[in-house]
Design a protein. Structure first.
Length: 255
C-alpha cells in the first residue's frame, strides 16, 4: 500500500485533481481500492462540514438537498451514470448481449431517468426525516459504505464483457488484501459514527451487496463498471433507509 494508490483512488472517485503525473498499471488500479472506504469517509467529512455550515444559512430541507448535490458534484455523478446505464440495460434489453450493448450507449433511456429520480428522491426524503442527532453521523458514513460495497462486489465478480472496459483491471487484479483493508476501514467508520449498531447496518448492506451480485451474475454473467456504480448508489440509499427505519428502535430517536 502506498500513498500513490490513495491518490489514484481519490482521483478516480472524485473530480478533485491532486496530481497530473500519476500513472497507474492494472495492479495499481486494483490496489487503490484499499482506500475506497477512506475516500468515502473524507467525502462524508465534506458533507458533514457543508451540512453544519449551510445549516446556519438555510432551512434544513434546503440543506439536505444541497448536501446531496455536493456529493453528486464531488463524485462527478459517475455512480449515478452507472445506475442509469445499468437499469436501462437490464430493464430495456432482451438477452445478455443486448443489455450490455444498451449499457454502453451514451444516451440515457426512460428506465434510467426513472431510476435516477427514485434514488435521488429516496436519499432526499430519508435525509429530511432523519433525526438531527443522527444526520451528521449518517452523512459521514454514507459515502464510505457505498464505496466499500463496490470493492466487495468487485472481488466476488467476473467482468461481464469479453472486451476491454473501465472496470476490467479493478475486477481482474483485485486481491483479498485490498478487500480486507477496505472492509476494516468501513467497519471502523461505522463503529465510530454509529456505535455498536453500526454492525447491524453493515450486515444489511452486505446482504444488499450480495443480492446485487447475484442479480448481475444471473442477468449478465458478471459485472461492469456501470454495475459497480449502481451498487454504490443502491447501498447508500439502503443505508439511509435502514437508519431511518431503525432510529427509534436502536437510538430512541423518533421520525
Amino acid at each position: 500500500m502506498h500513498f500513490r494508490h490513495f491518490i489514484i483512488a481519490w482521483q478516480f472517485l472524485t473530480v478533485i485533481l491532486i496530481s497530473k503525473h500519476i500513472t497507474s498499471s492494472p495492479s495499481d488500479l486494483s490496489r487503490s481500492m484499499t482506500y475506497y472506504s477512506l475516500v468515502g469517509f473524507i467525502l462524508g467529512g465534506v458533507l458533514w462540514i457543508s451540512w453544519r455550515g449551510l445549516g446556519l444559512i438555510f432551512p434544513a430541507p434546503v440543506v439536505d438537498l444541497l448536501v446531496i448535490a455536493i456529493l453528486v458534484v464531488l463524485s462527478g455523478g459517475i455512480h449515478l451514470d452507472g445506475l442509469a446505464d445499468t437499469v436501462d440495460g437490464l430493464w430495456g434489453g432482451g438477452d445478455r448481449e443486448q443489455a450490455l450493448k444498451i449499457m454502453r450507449d451514451a444516451h440515457i433511456g426512460v428506465f434510467g431517468v426513472i431510476a435516477l429520480v427514485l434514488v435521488l428522491m429516496a436519499k432526499y426524503l430519508a435525509l429530511t426525516h432523519l433525526s438531527h442527532n443522527l444526520k451528521g453521523q449518517v452523512l459521514l458514513g454514507m459515502p464510505a459504505v457505498g464505496r466499500w460495497a463496490m470493492v466487495v462486489v468487485s472481488y466476488y465478480s467476473e467482468y461481464a464483457r469479453s472486451g476491454p472496459g473501465l472496470a476490467r483491471p479493478f475486477i481482474e487484479h483485485l486481491n483479498w488484501r485490498e478487500v480486507v483493508w477496505s472492509s476494516l476501514t468501513g467497519v471502523l467508520i461505522l463503529f465510530l459514527t454509529l456505535g455498536v449498531p453500526g454492525f447491524i447496518f453493515l450486515a444489511i448492506l452486505g446482504l444488499v451487496s450480495f443480492l446485487c451480485l447475484w442479480y448481475f451474475r444471473t442477468k449478465l454473467g458478471g459485472v461492469t463498471g456501470d454495475c459497480l456504480g449502481a451498487v454504490g448508489e443502491l447501498v447508500e440509499v439502503t443505508f439511509l433507509l435502514s437508519v431511518l427505519a431503525l432510529q427509534n428502535v436502536i437510538y430512541g430517536e423518533r421520525i
